[in-house]
Every structure is written in C-alpha cells, then in structure tokens.
Design a protein around this ligand. Structure first.
Ligand code: GLU
Length: 458
C-alpha cells in the first residue's frame, strides 16, 4: 500500500465553485492513482465567515461528483477530528511547543512566529511605522508543478490573533503535520504562503511535504482569475441543471492537465490511471462553458435508456410548476424522452424541447408558420396526409416514412412538401426530432387531430 496522503481543505465561506472542485479532483485523482488516501479537512476557524449551509454544499457537491473521501467529517479516521473548529486542544499543544522552544512570543496581545536570523529595526514608509526585519536565507520550495521557487521571509508573523483565534498558516501546517499529509496539492494562489508554511514545518522539526501548486483557472471572457461570482462558476448550478457528474469530472480533469495526447472524453478509470503531477500544466487554464456543455452532451448520448429517462423525470420533477409531462402516461413519457435523447445538448433543454408532446395548447412559431404556409399548397398536402392516416402503419418510423413517400408519389410531390407542413401542424416549429419519430410517438389519433386543426385554419 502507498504512503501517499493528500487532503482537500476547503473553507466553508461560500458556495462550492469550479476552482475548488478542480483542486478536490486533482487531490482525489492523485490519491487514487497512487493508491494513497484522500482526506477531507474543513478549515473553519474563521467563525464569522463560515456557515453550516456552505458546509453542506461542500459535502453534497463532493458526493455528487463522486469524490469520496477516505478520512474526514461524517466518516472519521485515525487523525481526526477533521474540522478545525474541533481541534483547539491540538493547536494549543502545538503552540506550546513553539513557545517552549523559543519560536513564538507574545506581543500586543497576539502570538507571533519567530524567524531565525539577525534582527534590525527599519522605518517602513508604506506602513508608517518601525518594523523588525530578520535576515534569513531564502526558503526553497521544490514545487512538483512550478519547479524550484525561492522566497525570503523577513518578518515575524502572527499565528494567533489577539482575539485568541489561530491564523490560517498555523492551523494549516499543524493539521498537515498531525494528519501526516505527504503532498500538498492546492491552488497557485497559495504559493505565496508556502514559504511561511515551510518555516513552520521546520520549526516543529516535521518533514516538509511535497508541494504541488496547480495553475489558476481563468475566467471565460477577459483576463483574470475565475471567481465565485462569474457565470457558471458554481458546481451546484450544474447539478441543478441536470448535468452529468461524470461529464463535469472529465471536463475538470482537463483544466490544467492532459493525458499526454489530445484525447478529451475519457472514462474515469483511464483518467485515474494516467493522472500524475508531472502531467499538470504550468500555464493557466481557461474555463469554457461550451466545452463543458459539449462534454455533457457526449455523456448524455451514451446514457442507457432507463437511466436517461430516470434523469429526465428527476429534472421535470425539480422544476417549479406542474408540467403536464409529469401527468403523462409513463410509457408515453419514456418514448418522448428517448426520441429527444440524441437531439438535445442537455437535460435542461427537455421541457421546452418536448412541450408539444404533452399539451394541445403548444406555442406556434409565427415566423415559421408564415414561411411554411406561404409556399406550395399546404392545405392540399395536409388533406392528402389526413386521407392516408387511417390506413397508415404506425408501428415504426420506417413504416411511417414509407407511407408518406407513397402519398407523395401518388400526388407527384416530394417528401419535403409533407414534412414541413406536418411538422408545423404537429409541433408549431421547424426543428425537433424526425417527423416520422414525432408521428409514431404522438400516435395516429393526436396526429390526425393536429393535422385537421391546421388544415381547417388555412
Ligand atoms: N483553506 C484553504 C483554501 O480554501 C486551503 C489551503 C490549503 O490547501 O493549504 O484555500
């Protein structure tokens, strides 16, 4: 068994966004690739900004994405508790070690971490006060993604605030030590903290974990990092919109990593097999919601019929208002959904895409209507179809197609002359599944009624 132990350490201060999901995923993938452990740790020391609601969103989103944790809240483990708000005693013990070893001291009510090196006072113009500078050697971080990074810490820093709350750097490192974390895989925004963290590890005499800082995700349009406020940034939004979790995971895996060739859609076990830190790009990745939608469509197309129908029903159920689709016969609902499956890009399109199957009161696209009725002899074509309906074989798309072709031939017309006007009568639009599929699913009776209604209106 591998000794790799990685952790995802979110702070429940906001909704769970794409960047967090990607960090969680890369940790999870690394753990699964190496046969190590994936630990979930909640960094909730900032009581004012944390909420239980956000915490539940983290659990739900990770669970939805399939990123199961081996140790952490809800399931426990040998190195818990896994919420920082429950680890006070551990922090106090570790603080005492620093105090006893002369590596921490109190000043102005706060507790400071003491760097080692020659000290001198200088006046800082910017902050308009005298500060103590410490002459130290640069801290070296051998980052698995960024390579060698050097940074010099030259001032002591606060580790426990005057209100008694420990600071992020301190609890983060104490937890990584006590939870025996071997690899710290996190967003590049934390690279600037790594030197402080390394100095803390050393002060505790603890081994420094490997660091891997993953590149930022840039917002879709324009410069800068994608933020929680950007459109499409929240994971639960995709869940709500009926996205397939596996598709989102596949998409996220490619935000800053590639399998070494230009493959995109890949089964999860293949991603796990190929994922490794050297494969993570140094350059930033750009979010692209069209690419995500496309990936989702590829997964939708492959869903087995039963699963697609079940997901469709769940989505209709989740929509506000009573869709007549929910009251429809289950077999009919299934047929409608399976007819639509190869045609849509996302589950969320289904209600609008299938509206005319479930009501006689469906919208008519007036532009399409004007165009279709403005050419040829639409009324005659409709009446010819209506006349043939009673004898028409509705058992398959092919049978219906042959029947329409026969009507067309008898009347010296092309198939298209019937298709566009029938589509208008049956659906009110000029897009959708094949006309034969629509007729088969609607059935002889509904088809006849709608054709007759339009013929009478012309
Ligand atoms: N709580 C930090 C964050 O949410 C995690 C820092 C780390 O992974 O070391 O960004």
């Amino acid at each position: 068994m591998s000794s790799v132990r990685v952790r995802f350490a979110p702070s429940p201060t906001g909704f769970f966004h794409i960047g967090s999901a990607r960090t969680a995923l890369f940790n999870w993938l690394y753990a699964r690739h190496t046969g190590g452990k994936f630990i979930l740790r909640i960094e909730d020391t900032d009581k004012a900004r944390n909420s239980e609601e956000f915490l539940n969103v983290i659990y739900d989103s990770l669970t939805w994405l399939g990123l199961n944790w081996d140790e952490g809240p809800k399931i426990g483990g040998d190195f818990g508790p896994y919420r920082q708000s429950e680890r006070d005693a551990i922090y106090r013990e570790y603080l005492q070690r620093l105090l006893d070893g002369g590596r921490a001291y109190e000043k102005d009510g706060a507790i400071w971490f003491k760097l080692l090196g020659d000290r001198h006072e200088v006046y800082d113009d910017h902050r308009q006060k005298t500060v103590t500078k410490v002459k130290t050697a640069p801290t070296v971080i051998e980052d698995r993604i960024r390579g060698r990074v050097e940074r010099t810490e030259d001032e002591d820093f606060v580790i426990v605030r005057s209100d008694g709350n420990p600071v992020f750097h301190f609890v983060n490192v104490v937890d990584d030590i006590t939870m025996r974390i071997t690899h710290v895989i996190r967003g590049e925004d934390h690279l600037s903290n790594a030197s402080k963290h390394v100095e803390l590890f050393k002060a505790f005499g603890a081994p420094v974990p490997e660091f891997a800082h993953i590149p930022l995700i840039l917002k879709q349009n324009g410069p800068g990092k994608m933020s929680k406020r950007d459109q499409g940034a929240l994971v639960e939004e995709y869940q709500r919109r009926g996205y397939i979790a596996e598709a989102l995971v596949n998409f996220l895996s490619l935000l800053g990593w590639n399998p070494g060739d230009d493959r995109e859609k890949m089964p999860l076990d293949e991603i796990v097999r190929l994922f490794d830190l050297p494969g993570v790009n140094q350059s930033n990745a750009r979010f692209d919601d069209k690419k995500l939608a496309h990936m989702n469509m590829l997964y939708l197309l492959e869903l087995p019929a039963d699963e697609f129908v079940a997901r469709a029903r769940t989505f209709f159920d989740s929509q506000a208002g009573d869709s007549p689709a929910l009251a429809a016969d289950a077999t009919y609902f299934r047929e409608v959904m399976l007819l639509s499956q190869p045609k849509i890009k996302g589950i969320e399109e289904l209600p609008a895409y299938t509206v005319y199957f479930f009501t006689e009161d469906f919208p008519m696209d007036e532009k399409v209507k004007a165009k279709v009725l403005g050419k040829g002899e639409p009324k005659t074509r409709l009446n010819e179809l209506i006349a043939a309906l009673a004898a028409m074989d509705f058992s398959s798309d092919e049978a219906i197609e042959n029947a329409i072709k026969a009507v067309a031939e008898t009347n010296g017309q092309g198939f298209g002359a019937y298709q566009s006007v029938a589509r208008l009568a049956l659906t009110g639009t000029n897009v959708g599944p094949s006309i034969t599929g629509i007729m088969r699913v609607l059935g002889r009776e509904r088809t006849g009624r709608r054709l007759t209604k339009l013929a009478a209106a012309i």
